[in-house]
Design a protein around this ligand. Structure first.
Ligand code: XUL
Length: 536
């Protein structure tokens, strides 16, 4: 990329599973520069696949912490070589893959505070980590620690009420507990534990950056209502944990000025501010400009929902996090495994492998599908935990097949009804100002989006989210520079490119789906009780 003209800007970083990426966003909120380093391709000496190492047990998944450091060196070096004017950067923030953790060895804070501008970060931080292979979000090896945490805190529902989620293997508290139990020596030599986000922020600050409320909610350790560490959870995971974690801060907090290292080596302005880094999902919420009552639906291999919530009802499914742009509010994350996987299978089976035929079936069938409802989970679903295909006619009788076009509508209506029901289960309510933001492969299909608008009774917008975590981080940097919580995030992003309207609910949709949603929820319960069997 050619040297961009000097413009005052904020940088947004993303330390994700497969790459480190940065964008520069000017004060009109235009993205005018981007650069990334792919771990597998650009730092092959670490031998990762998809940015991670999957260990022999198939459950343990880690990434070398020095790989992340080296990737940052490379991005900065490349930016400098391309003539990027660092002196114009007024603030930076960033995102990290959620849940992953970094273990700083005793004495590392001194090294961080006295970095020599003549050397790369990698050369200086080599000996700074007590655990070289950081557990990441794909790890599922801490089931034992999850059970211990739930037992110590009154059970899964009680833990969820406290921290926003029942115990999950990838959540950091359980990972820390595993390290403490399996490698107590490394744990005792650890002076600080960071999330990937606060680790990356620490590199820029030259000192340990606090964990922000939003990413901190992905640890099974933070009380999401009062934003303080839970003494019971800390105690259940490992000793002296509070000292090693430091105190959490609001996600928009300015945590300090950039370290002199970057001023001397790259020409950053000494006043350049660092705004707390957060998780990639919270940063994407900011990048998509989600506002109160909005919902983002990512229609990919698996489907993901982000919701903006005021009064969350943490449950045994999904996750509630503190909201990254409004500390009074919350966000929820729900994952559905059978997303495009099922849409593509049913397209092949019932629409002659053609999206055009699939769309035609949606256009030629009626809202509500004549009372026919279907559940299509070829792989065990996460939300709800059901596997298999189940079809019901208007009389509520289970049937073994539907005509082709009924099958297609049953799949799409069923997928969106499940999303609405489970979102409402977490406290979400569709409001008159609700916008649905659709992203991912299936968001290009206008007829699928029409069903989405009808089922939710809200307009659907489409938006480009390829860089949403990075861009959201740059927006959050502007937000942090403004007067903190008194500057609503919506004001900060009002110049940003707007999502495009793609579908509005058809007249009569609300009546049709009000009744159908109730039936769908009841049938889901029926299937769950049948598949769980009498003993549970
Ligand atoms: C969220 C999660 C993933 C990672 C991906 O709970 O585990 O989405 O954040 O980077």
């Amino acid at each position: 990329m050619a040297a961009p003209a000097a413009r005052r800007c904020c940088l947004g970083w993303d330390f994700s599973t497969q790459q480190v990426k940065v964008v520069a966003v000017d004060s009109n909120l235009n993205v005018f520069y981007e650069k990334s380093v792919q771990f597998d391709r650009d730092v092959p000496e670490f031998g990762t696949q998809g940015g991670v190492h999957v260990h022999e047990d198939g459950l343990t998944v880690t990434s070398p912490v020095l790989m992340w450091v080296q990737a940052l060196d490379i991005v900065l070096k490349t930016m400098k070589a391309s003539g990027f004017d660092f002196s114009q950067v007024i603030a930076l923030s960033g995102a990290g893959q959620q849940h992953g953790s970094v273990y700083w060895k005793a004495g590392a804070s001194r090294t961080l505070a006295s970095l020599s501008p003549d050397l790369l970060l990698r050369q200086q931080l080599e000996a700074c980590f007590s655990v070289g292979d950081s557990p990441v979000w794909m790890d599922s090896s801490s089931t034992e620690q999850c059970r211990q945490l739930e037992a110590a805190t009154g059970g899964a529902q009680a833990l969820s009420r406290l921290t926003g989620s029942r115990a999950y293997e990838r959540f950091t508290g359980n990972q820390i507990a595993k390290i403490y139990q399996q490698n107590p020596e490394a744990y005792s030599h650890t002076e600080r534990i960071s999330l990937v986000s606060s680790f990356a922020a620490s590199l820029f600050l030259g000192s340990y950056c606090p964990i922000d409320y939003s990413d901190g909610s992905g640890m099974n350790l933070l009380q999401i209502h009062d934003k303080a560490w839970s003494p019971a959870c800390l105690h259940a995971c490992a000793p002296h944990l509070e000292d090693k974690l430091g105190q959490p801060v609001p996600s928009h907090a300015v945590v300090g000025a950039i370290s002199p290292y970057y001023v001397q080596r790259y020409g950053f302005h000494p006043e350049c501010k660092v705004v707390a880094f957060t998780g990639d999902n919270p940063a994407s919420l900011a990048g998509m400009q989600l506002a109160e009552g909005d919902i983002a639906v990512s229609l990919g291999t698996s489907d993901t929902l982000f919701l903006w919530l005021q009064e969350p009802r943490p449950s045994l499914e999904g996750h509630i996090f503190c909201n990254p742009v409004d500390p009074q509010h919350y966000m929820a994350l729900l994952c559905f495994k059978n997303g495009s996987l099922m849409r593509e299978r049913i397209r092949d089976e019932s629409a002659f492998c053609s999206w055009d035929e699939f769309s035609k079936a949606l256009r030629t069938t009626e809202m509500g599908n004549g009372g026919n409802l279907g559940f299509y989970f070829d792989v065990m679903e996460i939300t709800p935990e059901i596997v298999g295909r189940h079809r019901f006619n208007a009389e509520g009788q289970e049937v073994s097949a539907f005509p082709r076009d009924v099958e297609i509508r049953a799949l799409i209506e069923g997928q969106f009804m499940a999303k609405r029901i489970h979102a409402e289960g977490l406290g979400y309510r569709v409001m008159s100002k609700t916008k649905i933001l659709a992203t991912g492969g299936a968001s290009h299909n206008r007829d699928i989006l029409q069903v989405l608008a009808d089922v939710f009774g809200a307009p659907v917008y489409v938006t480009d989210t390829a860089n949403s975590a990075c861009v959201g981080s740059a927006y959050r940097a502007f937000h942090g520079l403004a007067t903190g919580p008194d500057a609503p995030f919506a004001e900060i992003v009002k110049l940003a490119p707007r999502p495009r309207l793609a579908a509005t609910p058809a007249p009569g949709a609300a009546q049709v789906y009000e009744a159908l949603l109730l039936r769908y929820a009841k049938l889901e319960q029926r299937i769950l009780s049948q598949t769980r069997g009498p003993s549970e």
